[in-house]
Ligand binder design. Structure first.
Ligand SMILES: *[C@@H]1O[C@H](CO)[C@@H](O)[C@H](O)[C@H]1NC(C)=O
Ligand SMILES: *[C@@H]1O[C@H](CO)[C@@H](O)[C@H](O)[C@H]1NC(C)=O
Ligand SMILES: *[C@@H]1O[C@H](CO)[C@@H](O)[C@H](O)[C@H]1NC(C)=O
Ligand SMILES: *[C@@H]1O[C@H](CO)[C@@H](O)[C@H](O)[C@H]1NC(C)=O
Ligand SMILES: *[C@@H]1O[C@H](CO)[C@@H](O)[C@H](O)[C@H]1NC(C)=O
Length: 400
């Protein structure tokens, strides 16, 4: 491997007096996948070339960069594992192309990063999941043994890291998945799949902390962002969402290993034509007693959103749900502030909390949602909610 070129050495020798300034510059050591035999022709299977380039980049004791130049690089399911010796960047300028047949991926996640600190993913490139052929195989609403389709890109135990500028296209299942991640920033990302593609969640996160998502566009067939159990300290800002199902906290309360969700700010957002705007959902029949608290949703425009504001503690997507009692998830300290625009449903503010664990401290400030429809003005609906309101309030609130 070329560490310091011969010419560079000669130059250094001839300038011994200034040898100190003559060390190789501080840029990263580049591991170009093409040097490992990868071909950007859209057909060659580059899985091994990528795996080998990663092995060297990750083993480099210093700054390293795995580089994917312009071109279309076909790769199968691949795991980029750590821990790495130094700090690794992963720069995608080209397009990564997934196998069209899900069975050829042989992993839950097409491109998976795990156990890495200080990873930065960037570039103007695209990861194309080629999901179109797989979407008709998704019959999970009727079949519990439905095929498990691959997620485009996953991060497990990846800390102090970031992803910036990438496009994620037509995932088979979700686009970006995060598990047990701490201090991670997602910015300038573009997530795209058709509005009718099943289960193509945009960003899905569980058991993670200190996450920032900003300046991102998400248009997909399922949740734009799904915040699952065990998450703390999130800030989501300047994200445009649509088509899709909006931002969801949950669904929660179904599995006994779930943990609290604490500290979520969602601000400066635009939702266009989504089925929900901001939503918290917990299973109707669940006895998992977790706490969901300290949420702020502020400065949000809703453009023809079916159901802009929703707390649903009777979530049961495929009824009947086995009745075990009311949801035991406690929701408290939720502020909804400066939210305006149009609702396709007449019920624009829908707060249905648990009878056994009523929502506490729900605070509404400056809401202005109008009904885009012919059956009368927008309304609000409250069940088992305690809270207060101030500022302009349309529809009139129903808190007590
Ligand atoms: C990242 O943080 C998680 C949780 O804080 C921890 O379990 C994991 O070991 C960390 N990963 C690395 C590579 O340090
Ligand atoms: C990430 O970096 C922060 C400081 O920037 C540090 O406090 C934190 O422990 C680090 N997280 C992990 C899991 O290494
Ligand atoms: C996102 O990517 C899609 C597909 O490449 C493209 O059509 C769209 O213009 C992009 N949107 C933004 C906001 O960059
Ligand atoms: C509420 O929105 C409607 C429709 O966009 C607008 O005409 C009205 O001025 C707004 N009200 C307030 C108090 O901002
Ligand atoms: C109301 O919804 C229709 C689509 O059903 C849309 O074409 C129209 O622009 C919407 N009007 C407003 C004021 O948002």
């Amino acid at each position: 491997m070329a560490c310091i070129s011969f010419a560079f050495k000669a130059l250094c020798l001839s300038l011994l007096v200034v040898a100190v300034t003559c060390r190789p510059d501080t840029g990263p050591q580049v591991f170009d996948v093409q040097s490992y035999g990868a071909k950007g022709d859209g057909q060659t299977d580059n899985t091994n070339a990528f795996t080998n380039a990663w092995k060297d980049a990750c083993a480099w004791n210093g700054l390293s960069r795995m580089y994917i130049p312009e071109g279309t690089f076909f790769i199968g399911g691949v795991t980029f594992g750590g821990p790495c010796k130094g700090q690794t960047s992963f720069v995608i300028d080209g397009t990564l192309l997934a196998p069209t047949n899900n069975d050829d991926i042989k992993k839950e996640t097409w491109i998976n990063f795990c156990h890495i600190d200080f990873l930065t993913i960037s570039g103007g490139g695209t990861i194309d999941g080629q999901g179109k052929e797989s979407w008709p195989r998704n019959d999970c609403d009727k079949n519990i043994n439905c095929p498990k389709l691959a997620i485009n890109m996953g991060f497990d135990y990846v800390n102090n890291s970031s992803i910036e500028g990438i496009t994620s296209l037509n995932s088979k299942a979700g686009h970006l998945n995060f598990y047990a991640v701490d201090h991670f920033s997602i910015t300038g990302v573009n997530i795209t799949a058709p509005g009718d593609s099943p289960n193509t969640d945009g960003i899905k996160i569980g058991f993670s902390s200190n996450i920032q998502i900003s300046n991102t566009h998400i248009g997909t067939g399922d949740d734009c962002i799904a915040i699952l159990s065990g998450n703390t300290n999130f800030e989501i800002s300047h994200v445009t969402c649509g088509p899709g199902h909006g931002i969801s906290v949950g669904s929660l309360g179904r599995y006994k290993e779930e943990k609290n969700v604490d500290g979520l700010v969602v601000r400066d957002m635009v939702f266009t034509g989504t089925s929900n705007g901001v939503r918290i959902k917990t299973w109707e029949s669940s006895v998992v007693a977790i706490l969901v608290s300290n949420f702020v949703f502020a400065n949000i425009q809703m453009i023809d959103v079916e159901s802009p504001i929703m707390i649903d503690q009777k979530y049961c997507p495929h009824p009947p749900c086995k009745k075990m009692g009311e949801s035991h998830v406690q929701i408290e300290d939720v502020t909804l502030k400066n939210i305006w625009g149009t609702s396709m449903n007449k019920v624009a503010v829908n707060l249905q909390c648990s009878e056994s664990f009523p929502c506490k401290n729900v605070y509404l400030v400056d809401i202005n949602l109008t009904h885009n429809g012919t059956d009368g003005p927008a309304t609000a609906l409250c069940e088992n909610v305690e809270g207060s309101a101030s500022g302009n309030m349309f529809p009139p609130h129903c808190l007590n």
